[in-house]
Design a protein around this ligand. Sequence first.
Ligand SMILES: [Zn+2]
Length: 333
Amino acid sequence: MNMEDFNLEKTRQETSLEKLSKDTIELNESERNASLANIEKGDKLDDKTLPDEMVVNAVRRACKFFGIPEVPIVNAHGACVWPNDTRTYNDDVFGFNREQLMSLGISGEDSLTLIYTHECAHRTLQGAYNDAWEEELACDYFAGIHAGMKGMNIDNFEASLGSTPGGDTHPNGALRAEFIEYGKQVAQEMKAHGIEPTYENCLEYLNKHIEGKGGLIKEYRNRFDANVSSKTLTEANNIGMASESSDISFGSKYSDAEISKMKSDVDRAQNEVTARRNDVSNWESKVSLNDTKEHRANGDYSHAVSKLNEAKSRYNHAVDELNSAKRKLNSAM
Ligand SMILES: [Zn+2]
């Protein structure tokens, strides 16, 4: 398939702009002043504060790059994507968090476009890599490809990601920067040789690179594991002290798949509540229909009442399940 040309059924869904501006954390005055103070000469305020319009444009450019449908953006714990049903692109949902991206130092529409190119790559890669680090590096690589094809400046994007410490689900910044650079280089070389970049030939280069960098990836992973054990030791020596979160990589400590599972549990529980609520309404109307002398006499009325009570207790149980699924998802985010 040809990037940009290959169009899956493009059902463009309305981007929830209104929801985005409502849900997005508003900057309070001191934050606004702080971000104003950070603006260097020649920098635009819009670049630093990532207004909604810029977010929507960035998402549109990223989706268009892969030729996949635009899907809603909702406020979340960070920039992320929920693939939901992995057989379709149409039910995917993007997460956005202005505070997180600003604290990462993301500035300007190009950088934001590369962030969402990374997230779109997750949408297209679903399940292609068993290893979380490899999938993240693949997404960073595609951001590099996009930048290389369109001549976007990757400095801000690369510096922002390059400063992240990494963890179980995300590799460290240095490794990520390496794959961003490589993607850009591949796109530029293809351009120079008149080769049309396609999803397939880009993947081929990527997989060779992952193989070639296997030793480096392993080395970083070992280093990370060593850091984790020394960190655990420090924490043990500081019992009673809350440790500051160092989780500034994309996403939360849960993998996209785990979050996606929790989200689908909430959806399922929500559907169950709706169905049980309908049962309650049905039996309520049957009770009122049977509230006649005749039906009271033949037992229809009391039958309906006991069915209504049964339906109510099923409904209450479904609500409990929904609340617990929501609590689980909320604490994960
Ligand atoms: Zn990612």
